[in-house]
Structure formats: C-alpha cells, structure tokens
Design a protein around this ligand. Sequence first.
Ligand SMILES: Nc1ncnc2c1ncn2[C@@H]1O[C@H](COP(=O)(O)OP(=O)(O)OP(=O)(O)O)[C@@H](O)[C@H]1O
Length: 206
Amino acid sequence: MTQIRFQTFALTAEGLACRRGGRAIFDGVGFRLANGEVIALTGRNGAGKSSLIAMLSGRLRPEAGSIRLEGLDDMPLAEAAHLVGHRDGLKTALTAAENLRFAEELLGAPGLSPSEALATVGLPHAGPLPVGYLSAGQRRRVALARLLVASRPIWLLDEPMAALDTGSQAMLSQLMQGHLAAGGAILAATHGPLGLDGARDLRIGP
Ligand SMILES: Nc1ncnc2c1ncn2[C@@H]1O[C@H](COP(=O)(O)OP(=O)(O)OP(=O)(O)O)[C@@H](O)[C@H]1O
C-alpha cells in the first residue's frame, strides 16, 4: 500500500482571466484541487491551457482572479508545485543523470536518486548519455523523471503523454496514480485520456 507523503492542502483558483498579446484568451476560470485529486485541463489549440499552467506555476500574471494555496504550512505555490511543461526544459549538452541532479538541487525536497528515477521511467541505461542524443520520447521520460527526484505535492503537467509510446503512457499513468495515492494532486493539460479513474474535466475556451 502507498504511504501518504503529503500534508493536507487545497489549491483554489477563482475568476481567472488571461490576456496575451493584447487578446483576451479566457476568463472566469476556477477550480479547487486537493489531496488525491486530478484535473484534466482540456480545450482547443490556443484555448490557453499552457497559459493557465504558466499562471499556476507563477510564470504568468492573471489579468484577473485569484490563486490560493491553503495548508502545507503556508508553503508558496511555486515551491509546492512541480512543472513539466510541453517543452521538456532539459539541457541537451548535459547527460540525463546530470539533468536530474540539477533538478534535484534546484527543487529540493529529495525523492528518488537520479538512477532510481531513470530506472522507474524505463531508462536504466540513459544516465551517462547526453540528453541531445535521446529520442523525443526518451527525452520526455527524462523530463518526467524530474517529478521523482524532488518530491512536491502538486504536479502541473502540460501534455504529459505527448511523444510517449503506449507502454510509456501506461508507465506514466501508474506514476500519476502513485502520486495521487500518496496524497499528491495533479492538473494536466491534455488532448487525450490520462488513464486515470476519477479525473475531473476542466474545459477552457469555446
Ligand atoms: N508569449 C506570448 N505572447 C503573446 N501571445 C501568446 C504568448 N504565448 C501564447 N500566446 C497566445 O495565447 C494563446 C493561448 O496559448 P496557449 O499556448 O496557452 O494555448 P494552449 O491551449 O496550450 O494550446 P495548445 O493546445 O496548442 O498547446 C494562443 O493564441 C497563443 O498564440
């Protein structure tokens, strides 16, 4: 049985509005996300899914509305959330293990070691390889392995299944299930199924 790792928390967004390049992208977006919950963020291309994730990770200011994290001893959302964006954010000249060591030091809250995390995502031999040598799906899996080297309660994932083959998609569903069972929460922008029971749909845009 999975052990609960995370304290009680609730992330609440109300009346969020987004404007980019002078254009209104969405407004009136709200949700509540607490321990063990998952939200599948859906909407057409350009609806603003990545923009909403950027707001939640503190990289983009909402035009209106509020984002509030309660619990977790008043930890700021930027420290509680783990972002895997749709660009993988890896340093291509560094090896897979070096990328994960970098993430471990940057993000704190140690989880698995880089080699354990790589084995978990099915890349046990990729540690010494420069990330630039890896395929798109393998790079994606290294990016997802960052979720495991630093233990943070809220996962913000932008198109996490992109570039993954069927087996890797199943592996990711299992990782997400484990995170939820440990008391974590997930908000994932997606165009397809996440393979998780009980995911709530949050659709933005027309
Ligand atoms: N830095 C920026 N400056 C101006 N406009 C931007 C910027 N980034 C995104 N946009 C615009 O904001 C809108 C929302 O983009 P966003 O990437 O959030 O959509 P999305 O729902 O994630 O799309 P997709 O499904 O294609 O990934 C788009 O019209 C996009 O062109």
